[in-house]
Design a protein around this ligand. Structure first.
Ligand SMILES: N[C@@H](CCC(=O)N[C@@H](CS)C(=O)NCC(=O)O)C(=O)O
Length: 206
């Protein structure tokens, strides 16, 4: 039995839920984090000492760190497709996973928190402006890369897409001015046709 702990509006949980749905896995999700609590209980901390979400338990194997969970599930259930197995193909996908979290994700997270999780009278306009500019710079990197290929690493969806594509929904859903960038718009439109992405990632921002 696969159990996923984490609230469904967390981007790191979304990556795992999207992966589970792409793979057609049976799983149960337990709400945890922010208003749901759970993450500070001794039981949860024994599974994940960081007190963060997501955490999974796959038939007794406990794992945390969302990108690692995505790689684990894809390698277990979709080696050679969602999880590329060639040495270079795998490194390429892992590179884009790191980039999605460390460049696109870090650039966009202040903007998300300001516009979605901070009351209007307590927002910081300078932080909103700088995070919007940083996010756009990273989105332009993605747009240029997608000019020559349908997905980030291959002709099909791979784990390399999962983190960056999760943030791409936020880019299009946040109430900001966006430049017209045809390749990222095409990528987002293609992602939205995938039931797993539409149901687990492309949700109202909360
Ligand atoms: N590097 C970790 C980060 C985990 C993380 O910071 N998760 C956030 C949600 S996106 C969290 O647990 N926030 C506190 C909470 O929800 O209580 C991962 O990718 O799994």
């Amino acid at each position: 039995m696969l159990t996923v702990w984490g609230r469904a509006n967390s981007i790191n949980v979304m990556k795992v839920l999207w992966t589970c749905e792409e793979l057609g896995l049976e799983f149960r999700r337990v709400d945890a984090g922010l208003q749901h609590g759970v993450v500070d209980t001794p039981e949860y901390r024994a599974r994940n000492p960081n007190g963060r979400v997501p955490t999974i338990d796959d038939d007794g194997f406990v794992l945390w760190e969302s990108n690692t969970i995505v790689r684990y599930l894809a390698a277990k259930h979709a080696a050679g497709s969602l999880m590329p197995m060639g040495l270079r193909e795998r490194a390429d996908a892992e590179r884009w996973m790191d980039w999605g979290s460390m460049h696109l994700g870090l650039a966009m997270t202040p903007l998300f928190w300001q516009l979605v999780r901070t009351p209007a009278d307590r927002r910081n306009p300078e932080l909103i402006a700088s995070s919007t500019a940083d996010s756009e710079a990273q989105i332009r990197v993605l747009d240029a890369h997608l000019a020559a290929r349908p997905f980030l690493c291959a002709d099909q969806l791979t784990v390399g897409d999962i983190p960056a594509a999760s943030f791409v929904h936020r880019w299009f859903a946040l109430p900001i001015a966006r430049p017209s960038l045809p390749h990222i718009e095409r990528y987002y439109a293609d992602l939205m046709k995938r039931p797993a992405y539409a149901s687990q990632v492309a949700l109202p921002l909360t």
